[in-house]
Design a protein around this ligand. Structure first.
Ligand code: M6P
Ligand code: ZN
Length: 184
């Protein structure tokens, strides 16, 4: 049977040009992220920090999800806008990220506190090993747009991030970024 896909994705722009049945979009505001930034800012809690759009399948073994994260540009008390970051509930499930637009960092760490930072930019490809928590940080004045592909049964463990956090945080310093080590 000949069929036209229900989804069209513009890989240059990171835009869903045709949205199929499994398309999903979520927006994360400062209210959702207040526990994740180092310091709280209680004004403008409706400010959107990032959005995730994707083709999201049932959390069943064997399925794959495809998504795109757009982290807006800005800071909360000088800490750059970022995603919550998570471990997978299925800890050993890996994931791909790739840069589409903007400039950012991919921060990864394991439960022993070892971390690494990778520069994310157009066409950079990042393989995130299972057991590594992962967070995107926008370090520029334009949107950071990043594609992702992961197993649908990976799940998100945010509790560990709230409890322990990542070992470093990324702050704005003049025109560049500064890596600040934090005590966990
Ligand atoms: C990517 C994927 C998603 C994730 C999203 C935002 O699109 O890794 O699974 O939800 O980024 O990241 P987080 O959930 O950590 O805020
Ligand atoms: Zn993930």
């Amino acid at each position: 049977m000949f069929k036209i896909s229900d989804t069209y994705f513009n890989f240059n722009q990171g835009i869903f040009e045709k949205r199929g049945e499994k398309y999903l979009k979520v927006k994360k505001t400062l209210k959702d992220l207040n526990d994740f930034f180092l310091t709280k800012k209680n004004v403008n809690l409706d400010e959107i920090i990032y959005k995730v759009e994707g083709v999201i399948h049932e959390e069943k073994e064997g399925q794959l999800n495809f998504g795109v994260t757009t982290v807006y540009s800005g800071t909360i008390n000088e800490e750059f806008y970022m995603t919550k970051g998570h471990y997978h509930k299925n800890l050993f499930n890996a994931e791909y990220y790739w840069g589409i637009k903007g400039k950012g960092l991919l921060l990864m760490c394991d439960k022993s506190g070892n971390y690494s930072l990778e520069k994310v930019e157009k066409n950079s490809l990042h393989y995130i090993l299972g057991e590594k928590a992962h967070r995107l940080i926008n370090i520029s004045s334009e949107n950071l747009v990043v594609g992702a592909c992961w197993a649908s049964n990976s799940g998100h463990n945010y509790q560990e991030i709230i409890r322990k956090g990542f070992p470093v945080r990324i702050f704005k310093n003049k025109d560049t970024f500064e890596i600040i080590k934090v005590k966990n």
